[in-house]
Design a protein around this ligand. Sequence first.
Ligand SMILES: CN1CCN(C(=O)c2ccc(Nc3nc(-c4cccc(NC(=O)c5ccc(C(C)(C)C)cc5)c4)cn4ccnc34)cc2)CC1
Length: 282
Amino acid sequence: TTPCDRPAPPTAGLSHDKWEIDPSEMVLLEELGAGQFGVVRRGRWRGCKDTAVKMMKEGTMSEDEFIEEAKVMTKLQHKNLVQLYGVCSKHRPIYIVTEYMKHGSLLNYMRHPTHNQLGPAVMLDMCMQVCEGMAYLEKHNYIHRDLAARNCLVGAENVVKVADFGLARYVLDDQYTSSGGAKFPIKWAPPEVLNYTRFSSKSDVWAFGVLMWEVFTRGKAPYGRLTNPEVVEMVQRGQVLDKPSACSNDIYNVMRGCWRHAPEERPAFRVLREQLAGVLAD
Ligand SMILES: CN1CCN(C(=O)c2ccc(Nc3nc(-c4cccc(NC(=O)c5ccc(C(C)(C)C)cc5)c4)cn4ccnc34)cc2)CC1
């Protein structure tokens, strides 16, 4: 049998904890792209487990804090969360190793010509899968802080999983972390985040509404060519995104619920799951 069928050996002695991966067991393959922390490559772990490997560019992440948090993250396990396998933290750059998703980001998948014909039923199912993953995080009091279609990934048979949950806390680039910065995800942020950077599962719910809009517009940019300050002004005034043409009134009503001004007025993910299931049945 291939090594993958054999149960993983117990962690190698005291030096390696279960979330520490031995880099000698990792073969790095082609580049998948680059994100806030630098290059991401496909990897092969123990000869046959496909992985994605983020190679932390120096100075992009507060690494010691992240390595501490990685122990918690490896325990978050759900069919709609990209599984963190572990870290290689005994060398620089450190590696973050996760399960591999072969179709890349949900945003690029929706924009891809061959998936441009996805019908509303498939779109709704994809939103439901993201909602399942987010309901699991909500139950574990875990806030994503950058939920968007670009941070969800697609695998075989239109499986969709939420990626990079909680990682935003370790970004060192203040262009990304401060709400005035050019890289701050303004178009996915509710009023309380724009005004007080007050993140919560209810701010993730707002972002989920925008993600639904991204899916039903097949990957359009929310608020089109409006600048960030113009979007801030609109959101403060209570103006929300228009109904996408591929979207029924029922589904648009679910989105609008996510964009209520007051966080406590927005449904929790466990409620959103029932609302979407209700629409699915119709
Ligand atoms: C037919 N198409 C051909 C082209 N294509 C690909 O090249 C392609 C295929 C698979 C891909 N898979 C993955 N790609 C990535 C990936 C690739 C590039 C960048 C990133 N993202 C990041 O590096 C990143 C994202 C968010 C954040 C913060 C903290 C801001 C939230 C920080 C860093 C991820 C991660 N993965 C985790 C599991 N699977 C993947 C990515 C791309 C997709 C399929």
